[in-house]
Design a binder for this molecule. Structure first.
Ligand code: HEC
Ligand code: HEC
Ligand code: HEC
Length: 404
């Protein structure tokens, strides 16, 4: 064999392996985009994936998500990898403007430059879509991007994830996923008046868009301390487990992100959630069944609800969620519960719950008083104990839902 042929073969082998390497980078980037759930926000209902146009509620008004396909005029086609890195790690767009934290850069900052390069490589492979988006719909003064400088000073620390050497590799992977790309705290961590995360209250629950993203720490009464690691994995993978079905924004997280990630990453998230932020709370005492509001609630429950949720609130596995001894039901804030009763809900259709059972809407045939008392009853029966639901809270959410 001549040297030339050998050289030819070698370079072929090299270019093939380079090809594989490139392919792997793009694959890795695609996987990171699933972890980060980028398309969930950067896709309008019925719109082209990643082409933007979804309206996002913020405490200051609405933003419309930008187009992040590689279109040069309306997308991020002019971005360099360095520009992209700045978006992810510092929340600064190409040209130096501050991004609103509705883009979860306070979480994405935990991702490494390598990962961002892979993600960027993947985004570059998308078909460029022409879709001009006017992101900023905020009223003055919130439409002033310079004000974000102050926001960042108060609420944002940039920097990649630092593992905790006293914990296992699996725990650290889980912590990284939850705090970083999966940005679970964006919804589940209580916020201060400026919309920044409250220190020391990670994952203890917060109300977003008319839903309560509940406490998901290992607290046994308000959190998911009674769930095993397998229960957590089942919920994130399929949207259902023996305790609960995922609805609303969480059904979307499951459908678009957590049902599509690897089993080892799911196990890592579960390991982390099982061993994080234990905040022993004193379980409140349930309201006595003899109180008038409980009696009224019991009658309504047996009439309107028990057919599906069963008389003792046990529910039916994967069809009707268990209401007895359920952290979601015990949450201090009853927004999600009121939401579900008024507007009904359909769980995300994943393989495990492909029949996608629905909770009917009761807004048309139950008064604010009735919804309040049936929920007060549910929240104080069968092992549950939680504050009363006030008719005024129901009225408020009814008004909010009408405006949607
Ligand atoms: C929770 C919703 C949400 C998620 C999830 C999200 N984004 Fe964003 N993103 C936004 C919003 C809103 C903006 C606009 C912010 C602004 O202009 O101030 C934005 C801006 C951007 C920008 C800047 C575009 C420009 O031209 O200014 C890039 C790039 C970007 N996002 C990429 C991503 C990537 C990559 C992911 C996944 C890892 C992601 N986003 C996930 C909401 C989101
Ligand atoms: C877009 C907002 C959002 C994001 C992001 C999000 N969640 Fe949720 N999550 C919710 C809401 C809202 C609920 C309540 C769903 C319901 O009422 O069925 C919920 C419910 C849950 C529950 C069920 C708790 C219970 O007591 O029934 C778990 C567990 C959970 N989320 C874990 C996670 C994890 C882990 C992540 C990150 C991988 C995450 N969530 C990301 C909004 C979110
Ligand atoms: C036709 C069957 C049916 C009836 C009747 C019904 N529900 Fe439901 N309910 C469901 C289903 C299915 C879900 C799960 C929907 C989802 O998660 O998207 C659900 C969810 C809920 C949830 C949220 C629980 C969670 O963990 O996410 C609450 C609270 C609830 N129902 C309360 C009630 C109350 C109170 C009544 C009576 C006023 C009632 N339901 C009547 C089927 C029903």
């Amino acid at each position: 064999m001549t040297a030339a042929v050998v050289a030819g073969l070698t370079s072929l082998a090299v270019s093939q392996s380079l090809g594989d390497a490139e392919f792997n980078v793009v694959d890795r980037g695609r996987y990171l985009s699933i972890l980060g759930d980028c398309s969930a926000c950067h896709t309008a209902p019925g719109g082209r994936p990643f082409a933007g146009g979804l309206s996002i509620e913020t405490p200051f008004g609405d933003l419309i998500t930008p187009n992040i396909t590689p279109d040069r005029d309306t997308g991020i086609g002019k971005y360099t990898q360095k520009d992209f890195q700045r978006v992810m790690s510092e929340g600064i767009g190409r040209g130096g403007y501050h991004l609103y934290p509705a883009m979860p850069y306070p979480a994405y900052t935990k991702m490494t430059a390598d990962e961002n390069a892979a993600l960027f490589a993947y985004l570059q492979t998308l078909e460029p879509v022409k879709n001009q988006v006017e992101v900023n719909q905020l009223p003055f003064p919130y439409n002033q991007r310079w004000s974000l400088f102050a926001w960042n000073a108060l609420n944002f620390t940039s920097g990649i994830f630092r593992p905790d050497a006293s914990k296992s590799a699996q725990w650290n992977r889980g912590a990284y996923l939850v705090e970083g790309p999966e940005h679970c705290g964006t919804c589940h961590t209580p916020k201060n008046a400026l919309g920044g995360d409250k220190d020391g209250e990670e994952l203890q629950g917060f109300v977003i868009q008319g839903w309560n993203a509940p406490n998901i720490t290992s607290d046994k009464h308000k959190g998911i301390g009674n769930w095993s690691a397998d229960d957590i994995v089942a919920y994130l993978k399929t949207g259902a487990n023996r305790f609960d079905l995922a609805s609303g924004p969480m059904a979307e997280v499951v459908t678009k992100s957590t049902s599509r990630i690897s089993d080892s990453d799911l196990a890592a998230i579960a390991a982390y959630l099982k061993d994080s932020g234990e905040t022993p709370t004193v379980a409140p005492v349930a309201i006595a069944q003899s109180e008038p509001v409980m009696k009224a609630g019991a009658a309504l429950y047996s009439d309107r609800c028990s057919g599906c949720h069963t008389p003792a609130g046990e529910g039916i596995l994967k069809l009707f969620p268990k209401l007895a001894n359920a952290p979601l039901v015990n949450a201090d804030d009853a927004t999600s519960l009121i939401h579900v009763v008024l507007a009904g809900s359909r769980t995300g259709a994943t393989d495990a719950v492909s029949t996608s059972p629905a909770m009917p809407a009761f807004d048309w045939n139950m008064s604010d008083d009735q919804v309040a008392s049936v929920l007060t009853f549910v929240r104080n029966s069968w092992g549950n104990a939680a504050p009363v639901v006030k008719p005024a809270d129901v009225a408020k959410l009814r008004g909010y839902l009408k405006d949607q």
